[in-house]
Design a protein around this ligand. Sequence first.
Ligand code: AMP
Length: 575
Amino acid sequence: MEFATFADRAGTIEAEPADLEVVAHVRDLLEAAADGSGRAADDGDPRTVEIVARFVQGRVFPAWDSTTLDIGPTTCYEAIARAAGTNVDADDVEDRLAEIGEIGDVAASYDFGGQQGLGAFTGGGDSDALTVREVYETLTELAAAEGSGSQDRKIDLLFGLFNRCSSAEARYLARLVLSEMRIGVGEGTVRDATADAFDVPVEHVERALQVSNDYGEVARIADEAGVDGLDAMDLEIGRPVQAMLAQAGTVTDAIEEWDAAAVEWKYDGARIQLHHDPTADGAETRVFSRNMEEVTDALPEVVEFAAETLDVPTILDGEVVAVDEAGDPLPFQEVLKRFRRKHDVAKAREEVTVRPVFFDCLHADGADLLGEPLTSRHERLEAVLTDAADADPEPVEGLSLLWLTDDPDEIESIDADALEAGHEGIMLKDPESTYSPGRRGKHWRKRKPDVETLDCVVTGAEWGEGRRATYLGTFELSVRDGDELETVGKVATGITDEKLAELTELLEPHIAAEEGQAVELEPAVVFEVGYEEIQTSPTYSAGYALRFPRFVGVRHDKAPADADTLERVESLQSS
Ligand code: AMP
């Protein structure tokens, strides 16, 4: 396919306001790129349809491939200026950009061709027409240029391309090179267009995209082998997939929507995807960031962990956390000192130690697990992290623990333990959910931090049972209403034994009456409490109840007269 044809169709797509029509145009473009003539002209790999499926999204390389052109705007302006003639320099291009506002339009505003130094474009004859494949090959060569003189080499190669461009071609070449295609074609458009062009169901295209992370390859296989070809596509070790993402959510929603929630600690580090193949020559281990950038060299601890622990080919999803000498987590800022580091890694390692914690397993020993429920994937994860040769296998370090529960109290205490251990809080996951790469769905929820807290007077408590018989617990919380105090809830969970002992000591002198285990307290102590939401409720005298109240701390600086009011509760409830 000539690059002029691509540019012409890109122009049509850009001018099209209706989404459905855009899909139809992209479908036509893919069909044209895949048709017999295109195929016959391509005797190498990749095929034109593959390149076009990427170009149309402004990509040169597959989404999993972290290769970049490494061309800054200035390099691009320089190449445009050279192709535009001796009277034009990069400053002139920048001036036009300031005036016109968009690099594609700027490139299109020049008259290219006929500059000396590379096969000058004469304006006639098909043999001189730039093809999509030539553009791709030149950009691949350009991306590979390294070392001293590489910027000049890049400018030369780019100049060679612009020099053969019509104004329409130059518009889209400039945008492609700067990754700003801006013709309104997103990932969903290419997915739908691929399904239409090659007559395959869109769900199969979607799955193939998830495992391969390459729109180009999916378009080519859909064309060559249809739905069976797509279904046969698998994850590949060394080719990162998009990470599944979480949205904010509450315990209330999680236990209402799912039979039980899978609860995990939320580690405060940086997301990693580990690809390990011990069967490869010399074992292959690669680590990718959440954006699929390769970070292997920056994290030797993760590579060593893989070598020591994993006996089968695996793709694991997890978090890399900075830890202190005792192995306790350090704040996120510390991991950043290591995460993308390219130089002096050994020195940085002496200052900050990192360790991986894995919470998901996408592939184990030849089996892709994306379609399996979370609980099965977690079992596989545990199995691959456990030394099978050990007679009494203990899960090794690096496994994120998972609790299955529908009990809000248990969730509270997992949350409290997580915070106590220095982690960020908890994640709530649907135990039945499959792994959806790139999706920010409801299946994974990070528990929302408290938006607001309330300062409540402690007006009652209960003596505990068993081990906690000498401690006061289940504290009754009240807010002020004029001179009165009205109850709004009870906070019981998420408090450690140590803290309970401290609170008992603080409250015991204020016991006004006791009946059985119940204790009435004179107003003296103020607790700061977090909560998920406020509901109207007949259970408490205020007429409202705090859902999932959490003990945050004692407000030693506040007297009952400074506690929050019923009015504030009302306004928070309606906000
Ligand atoms: P956020 O970055 O606030 O959107 O939270 C989601 C991120 O939390 C994920 O991308 C992971 O990097 C991180 N995370 C920490 N612990 C877990 C866990 N147990 N499960 C999933 N993600 C986790």
